[in-house]
Design a protein around this ligand. Sequence first.
Ligand SMILES: Nc1ncnc2c1ncn2[C@@H]1O[C@H](COP(=O)(O)OP(=O)(O)OP(=O)(O)O)[C@@H](O)[C@H]1O
Ligand SMILES: [Mg+2]
Length: 265
Amino acid sequence: MKITAIANQKGGVGKTTTAVNLGAALAEQGQRIVLIDLDPQGNATSSLGMQDFEGETLYEPLLGQTAIATKILPTRLERLFLVPADLDLAGAEVEIARMPDHLLRLARTLQPLRADSAFDFVLLDCPPSLGILMSNALAAADEIFTPIQCEYFALEGLVKIVRVVEQVRDSGANSNVEIGGILMTMFDSRTNLSSQVVAEVRQHFGDKVYATVIPRTVRLSEAPSFGKTILEYDRCGAGARAYRALAEEFIRRHAPVPASAESIS
Ligand SMILES: Nc1ncnc2c1ncn2[C@@H]1O[C@H](COP(=O)(O)OP(=O)(O)OP(=O)(O)O)[C@@H](O)[C@H]1O
Ligand SMILES: [Mg+2]
């Protein structure tokens, strides 16, 4: 089981869209996924149409009041599970801040999932601000997966998240964490700008940048208002195809290296 934090301190870059649709596409391809909504705005929760489960959030597990397993809810999609969020989660942030081990609360909360083989990936949909919840996500994750929008200043935003991840590593809160992948989102094929930004980011970050690029499509922005993933809302459209391709690449990149290949290289 691997914990992937979908994180970028910049708002509106496609974190939630990616958490929900990558999660759905991974589940479709046979992976057992827990999506944890770590944003008190609850956008991942409402994108799946699951905003009406009052009190079912990470709040109690984070404070050590109940086990995480009690908050993992099935969704309409087979193999895709959700720990919802609502505004109460903002309160957990305040309470955790007073605790001595405040950076490690989420890592401890998720520990039982590591021991149990029921799931393949835990995806954390992080809030945009660099608060306690996002710091906890970086401290709990095996890797960071960072979506960025194909626009000016994409690189500047990336440099910031790289620095934040280095700080978490240096602080000792999570000595192995690294940026495992960068995903270019909202690619607009009608403009040169998108292609220029992708080329520039690839030049700096090489093969950390996923080959799959997510196009800007109206369908992707409409799906959450119906509480549906893109796989349900527009099964054959460009957005669904892109997220299916992303899931394939994600699985390929996380496949264990066969021993024979390791000895050759
Ligand atoms: N590929 C896309 N094409 C068109 N619209 C998109 C695409 N990806 C995301 N959007 C839209 O852009 C907005 C921001 O996306 P999203 O909510 O996924 O970003 P976020 O990084 O989670 O934002 P926040 O930082 O507020 O949590 C949303 O309205 C979403 O529907
Ligand atoms: Mg979001």
